[in-house]
Design a protein around this ligand. Structure first.
Ligand code: GUN
Length: 291
């Protein structure tokens, strides 16, 4: 391996420490405690783990955590009524509705019911528009975490060629907006892109967010490029024993690490940064709400 390993666990711990410092000062100087409300509809096991971790880390940095666990058959009307209540609650500065929602609920309608000022996920159409036009927005947590790691590694990103593999609303599109805001030359690649390998080989930065295990291999990577792997995929691992599994990213770590200058591992790369950025966004929302 030649690439430097970008340690998201260590980086996220530093971000959480800074957040905890801000929270302590808000309490001491202004008597304010930032509050984050997380709404989970249904019992999807992966979502339950994420929500538990969010609640735990929210409390660890000194903020208030409000969890709302609703049954899988919750009506759209009831969910919207809860959001209206949370929007009006001055103790709550950030609201997150865990996705995906059960299929009978309209995700766009639900997300856009959250007050844009409390939309710590940055998914509300107003925040999407503000980010796309380079204005002050709530920025989606996963791409924000990626950007922080890239800035830390490179200093300035100005003029670098970046390829974002994946065009999701949660990662791909906001990641492209953020890289453009930092003056990268940005290309979004997706399942219909022609010669995606050659495109990636021209990139100084590759961000992989497609949800396809180990799709990006070392021969796609320009020597010395930075690889940010957003994927979290569980695959069979017969080498660990019968029925065992392991987590891998959207990049084949070993072959990419032979060629890249720097790379984020999975697990322990982008993942820990997402919740750290959610906490940071909640503090930002609290500060903006209180002038
Ligand atoms: N599900 C997977 N990632 C996310 C995220 O960043 N925010 C929310 N609300 N749900 C998710």
């Amino acid at each position: 391996m030649t690439a430097q390993r970008i340690d998201g666990k260590v980086f996220a711990a530093t971000v959480r420490e800074k957040v905890a410092g801000h929270v302590a000062r808000l309490k001491e100087v202004h008597g304010l405690i930032p509050g984050l409300a997380v709404v989970l509809v249904g019992e999807d096991p992966a979502s339950q783990v994420y929500v538990r971790n969010k609640g735990k880390q929210t409390i660890e940095v000194g903020m208030n955590s409000f969890e709302h666990k609703l049954p899988v058959n919750t009506s759209q009307e009831d969910l919207l009524a809860l959001l209206d209540k949370l929007n009006a609650d001055p103790e709550i500065h950030g609201i997150l509705v865990q996705l995906p929602l059960p299929s009978h609920l309209n995700e766009d309608l639900v997300i856009n019911r959250i007050s844009p000022e409390k939309d710590v996920d940055g998914f509300h159409i107003s925040n999407v528009g503000l980010l796309a036009t380079g204005q002050k927005a709530m920025v989606p947590c996963t791409p924000l975490g990626c950007l922080m790691m890239l800035r830390d590694h490179h200093g300035s990103l100005s003029g670098l060629n970046a390829v974002v593999v994946g065009r999701s609303n949660i990662v791909g599109k906001p990641m492209a907006s953020l890289l453009l805001r930092d003056s990268c030359t940005v290309t979004i690649a997706h399942s219909r892109t022609k010669d995606i390998e050659a495109l990636c080989r021209g990139a100084d930065i590759v961000v992989a967010a497609v949800g396809r295990p180990q799709m990006v291999t070392g021969d796609w990577i320009k020597p010395g490029a930075t690889v940010i792997d957003v994927g979290i995929n569980r695959i069979d691992a017969p080498e660990k024993g019968e029925g065992k599994t392991r987590l891998v990213g959207d990049c084949d770590f070993d072959s990419c690490a032979e060629v890249a200058g720097a790379i984020t591992p999975v697990p322990g790369g982008v993942g820990p940064m997402t919740i750290a950025c959610l906490l940071a966004n909640t503090v930002t929302a609290c500060c903006r709400a209180n002038g």
